[in-house]
Write a protein that binds this ligand. Structure first.
Ligand code: URA
Length: 437
């Protein structure tokens, strides 16, 4: 077999065989296929796509390129969740304690921030003392003891994805539905849970900017999960507006705590209940409606916040910060942004990616690979799309320890928010739910 012939076939819109796909992935990971040939292959896939069988085969080959985590020593049904990434998306830390309270095990490997989007592992590390790297046995022990553990991705999980993702990043081949689907699902399959809930974000702060593309991506990922024997459901949720009011690591942890105490913003609470309800449904805990009610109850009765405290303690974090979130260190500098225009109207739209970038500029994310995160940096939004505004109202507050960054971030925020005299149409929080049947 020659990679040249496989590239030639895909360039000419032909289907690849399973043997060809397996050959391509194995030999790319081993270094026998050089980057320049794989780059040509990725571009051929970008333009000519792949059918469901080809995507499933590629996903499996990528999943098996490294360790496959065996979760069988953890009792009960294990449910994983994956968000395609967004701004202010802190749902994992809300929904995992909810479902763990009902005995559903969450043994989750999460990522760090990427580009304009935040990452769960960075947010968790804003809690003093909390560790996100454990040996596999310690990880299993925490899940068996508390029902939940969220850690960083282990070194040898889907190495094919690591290599391909870096190549896609520099060859303009990221936004390809088959390539994204294979990338995400290879990691989920390797991580070993029985069921997978996918939160596919759509809109200005998401990877997939259009609803049609988001649905198509979700359908492919659900098909892959089911073909590999994992019960899989996807929700298509809004990322045209940041989720909740807080963007930035410790600011988001504070909002997680507020939400688990029943005092969170409406959008974040609603999405969290839907996501947790779907995880409970995947674990056969009842109908969707029953499962959503269970999720609400776990918040109302204070069970879920207790679960979060148990997890934080088991991972070495200082639980006093969860009990008294005012303990989180405040940034040295802050700036209120006011509505300066002489208007009375509404916030018409937000460029959510722009707000994510502004938060990164303030120090909440990395601009370079080795940057150190400023956990207290970020943005609190006082107004969101559809809210009434008038001159002098506070739009948002910026937080940072690097005073020099405030001006640039302020300009980015201002250019990301549009006003209008007319009330904008309401955007749904959840656009669709996709499952096999
Ligand atoms: N997240 C991933 O893990 N991979 C992609 O290709 C896109 C988003």
């Amino acid at each position: 077999m020659r990679i040249y012939d496989i590239i030639y076939k895909k360039r000419n819109k032909e289907e690849l065989t399973d043997e060809e796909i397996n050959y391509m992935i194995q030999n790319y990971v081993s270094g026998d296929i050089p980057d320049y040939q794989m780059a040509a292959m990725l571009m051929a896939i970008f333009f000519n796509g792949m059918n469901d069988r080809e995507i499933s085969t590629m996903t499996n080959a990528m999943a098996h390129s490294g360790d496959i985590v065996d979760l069988s020593s953890i009792e009960g049904i294990k449910v994983d969740k994956h968000s395609t990434g967004g701004v202010g998306d802190k749902t994992t830390l809300i929904i995992a304690p909810i479902v763990a309270y009902y005995g559903v095990k969450v043994a989750k490997m999460s990522g760090r921030g990427l580009g304009h989007t935040g990452g769960t592992v960075d947010k968790m590390e804003a809690i003093p003392g909390l560790k996100t790297n454990f040996s596999q046995q310690e990880f299993f022990d925490i899940v068996n003891k508390t029902g939940i553990s969220v850690i960083g991705q282990s070194g040898n999980l889907a190495p094919a994805d690591k290599k391909l993702y870096a190549l896609r990043d520099v060859t303009a081949t990221v936004e390809s539905i088959p390539l994204i689907a294979a990338s995400i699902m290879s990691k989920k399959l390797a991580a070993g849970s029985d069921c997978i809930l996918l939160d596919v974000k759509t809109g200005s702060g998401a990877f997939m900017k259009t609803l049609d593309d988001s649905i198509s991506l979700a359908e492919k990922m659900v098909a892959i999960g089911e073909n590999c024997g994992r019960k899989t459901v996807a929700l298509i949720t809004d990322m045209d507006i940041p989720l909740g009011n807080n963007i930035g690591n410790s600011l988001e942890i504070k909002e997680v705590i507020e939400t688990l105490n029943g005092k969170g913003p409406k959008d974040l609470t609603e999405i969290s209940i839907k996501l947790a309800g779907n995880m409970l449904y995947l674990a056969d805990k009842g109908t969707i409606e029953e499962c959503e009610n269970m999720a609400k109850e776990a918040i109302q009765n204070g069970y879920a916040i207790k679960k979060l405290i148990e997890m934080v303690e088991a991972q070495g974090g200082d639980i006093e910060y969860i009990k008294n979130p005012e303990k989180f260190e405040k940034s040295k500098y802050s700036l209120e942004l006011l509505v300066e225009d002489n208007i009375e109207g509404y916030i018409e739209s937000m460029d959510t990616e722009g707000l994510g970038i502004a938060s990164t500029m303030l120090g909440a994310g990395r601009e370079k690979k080795d940057d150190i995160i400023d956990f207290s940096a970020g943005i609190i939004l006082n107004k969101k799309v559809g809210d009434k505004i008038k001159k002098g109202d506070i739009l948002c507050k910026l937080y940072t320890n690097n005073e020099k960054k405030i001006k640039e971030a302020k300009e980015k925020v201002i250019s990301s928010i549009k006003f209008s005299n007319k009330e904008p149409k309401k955007i749904p929080l959840i656009f669709a739910r996709i499952e096999k049947k």
